[in-house]
Design a protein around this ligand. Structure first.
Ligand SMILES: [Zn+2]
Length: 453
C-alpha cells in the first residue's frame, strides 16, 4: 500500500474518542491511524497541536443553481464549503426549474459534476408519486418537501415543492417507505399560519419583528402541530423521516418521545438556531437574521437536544439572498426573501462552542459527520476517520482565533449575518477524498473534483 498523504501529530477525533495518531491516506481513502514512529512515504502535513476531524456532511444546502444564480451557484457554494470544513453537500430542490422530475434531477446532477469542488448529492422534491418512485432509483439519498404552500411568493417555496394535505403526505410517505430513502420535511402548519400572519398584516405590522413574532407565536404552534402530524404519519407509514429547522421545546420533546417508541425519525438544527436567533439579532439585523426568533427557553431546548442526542444532525440550511432582496424587509418583511447564508461558518462556530464548554467535540463530530452519514446512506463510505472510509478530512486550529467579516465571505451575496463575530477555532485545511481543497485561507479545489456521494 502506497501512502500518498500523512497527516501527522494531530488529535484525531474518531467515533471511539480522540486519539493522538497520524492519519494515513492512500488512493483517496483512509488507510490507517498509526503511531508517529511508524515510517511511511508520501506527503506529510504537520497537524501537531491541531484537531484532525472528519469533514462535515451538510444535508441541507441551497445552491441556487439552476434558476437563482444571481444569489449563488454550485461553484460558489462549494468554495464556501471547502473553506468551512464541509466535504459533502446535499442540495435542495427549490430551484428553477424545481427538482420534481427525473429530467430536472438529471440536469442538476450534471451541474454538480461540472463545477462542484466537494462531494455532493441532491434532495429532489417528492410531490409527484410516479416521479418520486423513479428518482429513488437514481442515486439520491433523500427527498424533501415543504409543508409551506401558497405563500404568494415565488421564493423560497416555488410551486411544485410544497405539500400540506395530510392525505398527500401519507401517500408520499407510503411511496418513499419502501425505497430506503429518508424524507426530509420542512414542518409548517399553513392553515394556522394563514390565520396568524393575516392578523399581523391586517394591523399593518410588516416588520422583521412582526414576522419573527408570527413564526414564534404561542410558543411555536405552527411548528408543533405540523411536527405532531408528521410524527404520527411516520409511525403510520414506516417512512424514515428527517425534520428540518427544529426550534421549539415541545417539538424537540415530541421527537425525543417518538424515538423512544421506535419511530424512525431524525432531525436537524441549522446554524441560525443556536447562533442567530436571539431577539437582539432580530432587532439589530432585521431581515438579514432570517428572521426566525427562537425565544431563550426554546433555544435552551435546542442546546439540550444537541447535547442529549435528540438533535441528530447539524445542517447549515445555507440560504443566500442579495442585499436588495433583504433590504425591502425592513418595512415589508413578508415580501423579503427569507433565509440566510451559513455554510462557511457553521462548523467553526460549533467548534467554537466546544471551547466554551457548550458541546463536546465528540458530539459536534457526530452531528456534522457521523450521524448524517449513517442516516443518509453514507455510513460505509463517509462520516468518520476510520480505515476504509473516504479521506474527507479537516484540520482545525483551536489556538488561532479570528473574526468573521463580510470581507471574508466567499458567497456571491457578499455578506454574512456573523460580520464582526469572533471565533476561537480556525479551519486550516480541508481534504476531499485525500485531495486538498482548502489550504490556509485559499480555496485550492478544482471545480468538478466533487463526486456524487
Ligand atoms: Zn432550507
Amino acid at each position: 500500500m502506497a501512502v500518498d498523504l500523512r497527516i501527522s501529530g494531530g488529535t484525531v477525533v474518531t467515533p471511539a474518542g480522540s486519539v493522538q495518531a497520524d492519519v494515513l491516506v492512500s488512493d483517496g481513502k483512509i488507510a490507517g491511524l498509526v503511531d508517529s514512529a511508524v515510517p511511511t512515504g508520501g506527503r506529510v502535513v504537520d497537524a501537531a497541536g491541531k484537531l484532525v476531524l472528519p469533514g462535515m456532511i451538510d444535508v441541507h444546502v441551497h445552491t441556487r443553481e439552476p434558476g437563482f444564480t444571481h444569489k449563488e451557484d454550485i461553484l460558489t457554494t462549494s468554495r464556501q464549503a471547502a473553506a468551512g470544513g464541509v466535504t459533502t453537500i446535499f442540495g435542495m430542490p427549490n430551484l428553477n426549474p424545481p427538482t420534481t422530475t427525473m429530467q430536472s434531477l438529471e440536469e442538476v446532477f450534471g451541474l454538480y459534476e461540472n463545477s462542484c469542488i466537494v462531494d455532493w448529492n441532491h434532495n429532489p422534491a417528492a410531490t409527484l408519486p410516479d416521479q418520486a418512485a423513479l428518482m429513488a432509483k437514481a442515486g439520491i439519498r433523500a427527498f424533501k418537501v415543504y409543508m409551506v404552500v401558497d405563500t404568494g411568493r415565488t421564493y423560497p417555496h416555488p410551486a411544485g415543492t410544497g405539500m400540506h394535505d395530510h392525505g398527500d403526505l401519507l401517500r408520499m410517505m407510503d411511496t418513499i417507505a419502501g425505497t430506503g430513502k429518508r424524507f426530509i420535511i420542512h414542518p409548517h402548519d399553513q392553515a394556522l399560519m394563514d390565520y396568524i400572519e393575516g392578523r399581523y398584516l391586517e394591523r399593518g405590522e410588516n416588520t422583521p419583528a412582526a414576522y419573527a413574532q408570527a413564526y414564534a407565536e404561542r410558543e411555536g404552534v405552527i411548528w408543533d402541530t405540523a411536527i405532531d402530524v408528521v410524527l404520527r404519519l411516520a409511525e403510520a407509514s414506516g417512512c424514515p423521516i428527517h425534520l428540518a429547522h427544529m426550534q421549539t421545546r415541545r417539538s424537540i420533546d415530541a421527537v425525543r418521545r417518538a424515538k423512544a417508541r421506535g419511530v424512525d425519525v431524525t432531525c436537524e438544527v441549522n446554524h441560525w438556531g443556536p447562533f442567530l436567533s436571539k431577539w437582539e439579532h432580530v432587532e439589530r439585523l432585521g431581515p438579514y437574521a432570517l428572521s426566525y426568533w427562537v425565544p431563550d427557553d426554546a433555544r435552551a431546548a435546542i442546546w439540550e437536544g444537541m447535547r442529549d442526542g435528540t438533535i441528530d444532525v447539524c445542517a447549515s440550511d445555507h440560504a443566500p439572498h442579495t442585499r436588495e432582496e433583504k433590504e425591502i424587509g425592513w418595512t415589508q418583511m413578508w415580501s423579503s426573501h427569507t433565509g440566510t447564508p451559513g455554510i462557511q461558518y457553521f462548523y467553526p462556530l460549533l467548534l467554537d462552542a466546544v471551547t466554551k464548554g457548550e458541546l463536546t467535540l465528540e458530539r459536534v463530530v457526530e452531528m456534522v459527520a457521523t450521524a448524517p452519514a449513517r442516516h443518509f446512506g453514507l455510513g460505509s463510505t463517509k462520516g468518520a476517520l476510520l480505515p476504509g472510509l473516504d479521506a474527507d478530512i479537516v484540520i482545525a486550529d483551536t489556538g488561532k482565533p479570528w473574526t468573521i467579516t463580510n470581507d471574508g465571505v466567499l458567497s456571491k451575496v457578499g455578506w454574512t449575518p456573523y460580520d464582526g463575530q469572533r471565533c476561537e477555532v480556525s479551519i486550516d485545511r480541508t481534504f476531499v477524498r485525500g485531495v486538498e481543497v482548502y489550504d490556509e485561507g485559499q480555496v485550492v479545489g478544482r471545480p468538478g473534483h466533487g463526486k456524487k456521494a
